[in-house]
Design a binder for this molecule. Structure first.
Ligand code: 13P
Ligand code: SF4
Length: 302
């Protein structure tokens, strides 16, 4: 294991590469990453990076976003099988048909979508900036996709007419039941519940804080409570515990594990860096169309 890490760090220098990981990756991947963040922070870091090669330790849509924002860089997704089941719940052909039937609609897509869907999108959002961005779209007739849970949370927070919602969801967050949070609260009555808006609205309603992965970490770092019930993917515990060794973090459910986020291994990263993994490519026209939606997001979220 130590040799593998040594070889990864050596190859990384040699290739002028940088490793960017999501908070839901395994602890050993987070430990070797140059940067660990939520979807928004990963996209911004990759775009600003001076590296020639970005190794994206996350899922496919994150690597595609990196390619769209930095087409000149080599983008590697170390494990080709790491996808996002929620992103797969919206197909570009179906969205195209929807747009043909609803030409007046303004399309707001969660970043958890394919590059082809982003190419048909007016603006992207992440869970960190969704409220800020959608609040600037008043007066437009909005379709939000694919996450019905994040969409209904945004609708609940804004005074606009509600956005129409696609019927997608995150397999991992959506499976959390309100009862599991109630049970955890009974066991830990003084704990605060920190929940991701990808969870079902009945669970989100029990949150003391609702926000993105980065928002949850920020809240736990600043809040004076000493115990927190965490209602998002369990990989976030790595950062929560290392930032707050004196605080206690209890998972709301042992089922909050995203299989796809756990697919990438240190060996995958080594193989990718050893030039044995094919670089991610996207058609030029897709990159151009999709970059409008991502660049509009970065402008509106500043
Ligand atoms: P954030 O990183 O924006 O919190 O999104 C969570 C997620 O499910 C990423 O796949
Ligand atoms: Fe997709 Fe959910 Fe896994 Fe994130 S946690 S990659 S949204 S399935």
């Amino acid at each position: 294991m130590e040799n593998l890490i040594h070889d990864i760090l050596h190859l990384k220098e040699e290739r002028n590469a940088t490793i960017i990981a999501h908070y839901y990756q395994t602890a050993d991947i987070q430990a070797i990453a140059d940067f660990v963040g939520d979807s928004l922070a990963m996209a911004k870091y990759g775009k600003a990076s001076k590296a020639d090669t970005l190794i994206i330790c996350g899922v496919r849509f994150m690597a595609e976003s990196a390619k769209i924002l930095s087409p000149e860089k080599t983008i590697l997704l170390p494990n080709d099988g790491a996808g996002c089941p929620m992103a797969d719940m919206v197909d570009a052909d179906d969205l195209k048909k929807y747009k043909d039937n609803n030409p007046h609609k303004y399309i707001v897509s969660y970043v958890n979508t394919s590059a082809d869907v982003k190419a048909l999108t007016d603006v992207c959002v992440t869970s960190s900036n969704a409220l800020k961005i959608v609040s600037q779209l008043e007066g437009k007739d909005l379709l939000f996709l694919p996450d019905r849970n994040l969409g209904s949370y945004i609708n609940s927070q804004l005074n606009h007419p509600p956005m129409e919602l696609w019927n997608g969801f995150c397999l991992t967050h959506d499976r959390l039941q309100a009862k599991e949070i109630m049970d955890a609260k009974t066991k830990h009555p003084n704990a605060k519940v920190l929940i991701h808006p990808e969870c079902d609205p009945s669970a989100v309603a029990l949150g003391d804080y609702v926000g993105s992965t980065a928002g949850i970490i920020d809240f736990a770092n600043k809040d004076s409570a000493d115990t927190f019930i965490i209602a998002t993917e369990e990989g976030v515990l790595h950062k929560l515990q290392s930032d707050n060794p004196e605080k206690t973090f209890i998972m709301a459910s042992s089922r909050l594990v995203c299989k796809n986020m756990k697919k990438t291994t240190l060996s995958d990263v080594y193989i990718a860096l050893n030039e044995s993994t094919t670089a991610l490519t996207l058609p030029k026209a897709t990159i151009e169309a999709a970059s409008n939606a991502l660049e509009t997001m970065l402008t509106l979220s500043n």
